[in-house]
Design a protein around this ligand. Structure first.
Ligand code: GLC
Length: 720
């Protein structure tokens, strides 16, 4: 359809006079711009190549011809400004570029991996680290990050569990909102990977996802919706299929749910070559057919595959793709470029900022989870005058950065050994030996490490995964310590001397032997730059650990998927009952449950009160509880509120997290904590797939983990 001449005339006036153009509302400016664009220029806005300085024809030439909407992996203040100048001053329509990168847990200052930071249960912290990362990225010329990743993961075999916030939609949603708010104070954020990438069968990367719409809507979709409600400007479509339909060509997911139900007005970018991969999925016979399906499904920008820009002109020309579809995709992308003020100030630069080591250290401290501390072995006693710091990760400054560590530098990392040496002080002898490699299976160093442990008053055994063993394309079928680290651990324990296990990992590991034989265990994930300082702060008691698990630790890989929000089944396990839901060879319970973490003090919960025992769907549940610090030192707990809908028209999980609050308490102090939950959040999708809050009895539990047993009851009344 050709644009009527009158509109072109008005548009021409508006566009030619910069002051008029700048004042016109954004949508009018976009309409005016689209009216001038050729088909090639429109499809150019939908094209997102990765930076390739050796490309032929040069990518700068493609920019001059208006065939690029942005780049990923081109950063640096000068390099991005130079490329922006080409787009703004040498192309026909002067449309500025997006510059995107995976700023996942820091740009240069590196914070804990997202799964580690999720252990802090601290949205304010998550917003602060995202904001700082965005500030550093903005100074480097980036205006877009492909984060936050919010994929729910209930299977620790899946390597990308490291990048998300764990297994729970409520915690995941709270952190998704925090990170979107943080990032978008400086750059455009992208919520990913839409959708349900973490539901891969068998935890195998990129594998088929197949689940009920109810599970999809109740467990996997909420964090994406929370990010959309928080104003995220872009969404990244996932590689995986859901029930036979690949997410990068799923009109129900992108047009019906994302844009229809959730009113998302930003743009959708594919993940890497996920458009091209529709051919491998077997739903497209050719790249151009893949492009047609993806664009029709609402995927606006084609990352890396270059199908939109190369193959779609012919399909638009032949009418197989309506121009309106192209125009709408262009509009969504231009809208975000306007929102970033790229048209008004394309070269707006920000000066570099000093690394925020204090924030990195705080984030690392709060991410550490104390899993075991028998006999109060920790904090390290002043009597420990010789400390052996043993293990392949003890002096390591590379692996603590974790996967997706951006522009981090090992030279910025404080190793565990360095942190302990710095903190231990002159009066303490610190010995060290690697014992073995992370993955090499070399046992030749174990004897020397054992001899060292025998000399020491205390051994800090620093073991775990390599940073490359989690993150993308890094699923594992076994979840023990890799290489010969388990032999090293058992040899050190066999000395009978006190041992603290310091774990680094991008996922829950299977720790059943350690849990039985090692007196103290810290899960430290990958903590980033301030690894050694934060771990030493906790080991020496300068910081009381407050981390709580965002994901369940299984006793065995055979239990997976295992998560706290289990259903009861028709035959729940019961002592002495044979024909019930159980295993012959292992308990149903996890090794460490969701929400669990110890402290150097103790906490007690009492006096749970439900303000109103009868609530309508429009009311708010108000629960108060007294939290007491019953130990000898100050500490922080995370009060967690779970509900159970006792009877529903569909089966309901026995526990669902619906509220939490960090509670700082001096030794001996008590505090009344109030947790408020809109009753509207207690609903579910019924058999007709309608979201309803049904009347009936609800139980509410509040405590320090998902196994909290302090309980109250209330009724929801009124019609669903
Ligand atoms: C990768 C990842 C995605 C990332 C993108 C760009 O394949 O799946 O998370 O943002 O490509 O690097």
């Amino acid at each position: 359809m050709r644009t009527p001449l009158l509109i072109l005339a008005v548009v021409g006036v508006v566009c030619r006079s910069p002051s008029l153009a700048a004042q016109a509302p954004v949508e009018q400016r976009i309409t005016a711009l689209i009216a001038q664009m050729t088909l090639a220029e429109k499809l150019g806005q939908l094209n997102l190549p990765t930076w390739n300085p050796g490309a032929n024809p040069s990518q700068a030439d493609l920019v001059r011809r208006g065939l690029v909407g942005g780049f990923l992996n081109l950063d640096g203040a000068d390099a991005t400004r130079d490329m922006q100048k080409i787009a703004v001053e040498q192309s026909r329509l002067h449309i500025p570029l997006l510059f995107g990168q995976d700023v996942i847990h820091g740009y240069r200052t590196t914070f804990p991996i997202p799964l580690g930071e999720a252990s802090a249960w601290d949205p304010e912290l998550a917003e602060a680290t995202a904001k700082f990362a965005a500030r550093e990225a903005r100074a480097a010329g980036l205006n877009w990050t492909f984060a936050p990743m919010v994929d729910i993961a209930r299977d620790p075999r899946w390597g990308r569990i490291a990048e998300g916030s764990g297994e729970d939609p409520y915690l995941g949603s709270a952190l998704a909102v925090a990170r979107v708010r943080g990032f978008q104070q400086y750059i455009l954020a992208t919520v990913k990977h839409f959708a349900a990438y973490g539901g891969a069968e068998a935890g195998r990367e990129y594998n088929t996802v197949d689940m009920s719409e109810r599970t999809l809507r109740e467990v996997y979709l909420p964090p994406y919706k929370a990010a959309v409600d928080a104003g995220v400007g872009s969404v990244m479509s996932a590689f995986n299929e859901i029930g036979g339909v690949p997410s990068s060509a799923n009109p129900w997911l992108t047009n019906t749910v994302l844009r229809g139900e959730w009113r998302f007005r930003g743009f959708v970018v594919s993940d890497w070559t996920s458009v091209a991969e529709l051919v491998a999925h077997g739903i497209a016979a050719s790249p151009s057919e893949a492009g047609r399906l993806a664009l029709a499904a609402g995927v606006d920008m084609d990352m890396v595959a270059a199908i939109y820009v190369d193959s779609l002109p012919a399909l638009v020309g032949s009418g197989r793709i309506p121009m309106a579809q192209v125009d709408e995709a262009v509009r969504r992308i231009l809208r975000e470029k306007f929102r970033l003020r790229l048209f008004d100030d394309p070269y707006r630069a920000m000066p570099p900022v000093e690394p925020d080591k204090a924030l990195a250290r705080r984030a690392a401290q709060e991410s550490i989870v104390l899993l075991k501390n028998d006999g109060g072995l920790l904090p390290i006693a002043a009597t420990a005058k010789t400390i052996a710091v043993i293990g392949p990760l003890a002096a390591d400054t590379v692996n603590p950065l974790g996967p997706w560590s951006g522009k981090s530098r090992p030279s910025d990392v404080v190793s565990v050994l360095a942190g302990i040496k710095e903190r231990a002080g002159a009066g303490v002898t610190v010995l060290t030996a690697p014992g073995t490699g992370v993955t090499d299976g070399d046992t030749s160093g174990i004897a020397a490490a054992v001899a060292m442990a025998q000399q020491a008053d205390l051994t800090i055994l620093v073991v775990g995964e390599a940073d490359t063993m989690s993150g993308e394309a890094s699923s594992r079928s076994a979840l023990g310590l890799p290489g010969a680290q388990e032999q090293l651990e058992r040899a050190i324990i066999a000395t009978g001397k006190p041992v603290v296990l310091v774990l680094m990992s991008g996922r829950p590991l299977v720790l059943s032997w350690s849990a039985e034989h090692v007196p103290a265990i810290l899960e430290t994930w990958f903590l980033g730059d301030e690894t050694g300082h934060a771990i030493a702060d906790v080991l020496f008691g300068d910081v009381n650990p407050s981390g709580r698990l965002p994901v369940t630790f299984p006793r065995s890989v055979g239990q997976i998927p295992i998560y706290y929000a289990q259903k009861n089944t028709g035959r729940p396990a019961a002592p002495g009952q044979h024909f019930t839901s159980k295993y012959l060879d292992i308990a149903n319970t996890p090794l460490y449950p969701f929400g669990f973490g110890l402290s150097y003090t103790t906490f007690a919960y009492s006096g749970l009160k439900v303000a109103s025992a009868r609530l309508r769907p429009s009311d708010t549940l108000v629960v108060s509880v007294t939290v007491a610090n019953t130990g000898a030192r100050a500490g922080t707990d995370v009060a967690q509120l779970y509900i159970h809908d006792a009877v529903g028209s569909v089966t309901r999980p026995l526990r669902q997290l619906k509220g939490f609050q960090r509670v700082e308490l001096a030794a001996g102090a008590t505090k009344t904590v109030e947790l408020r939950v809109p009753v509207q959040q207690l609903g579910f999708w019924n058999q007709a797939m309608r979201y309803v809050v049904e009347p009936g009895t609800f139980h509410v539990y509040v405590g320090s983990s998902s196994t909290a047993d302090l309980m109250g009851t209330f009724e929801v009344v009124g019609r669903p």
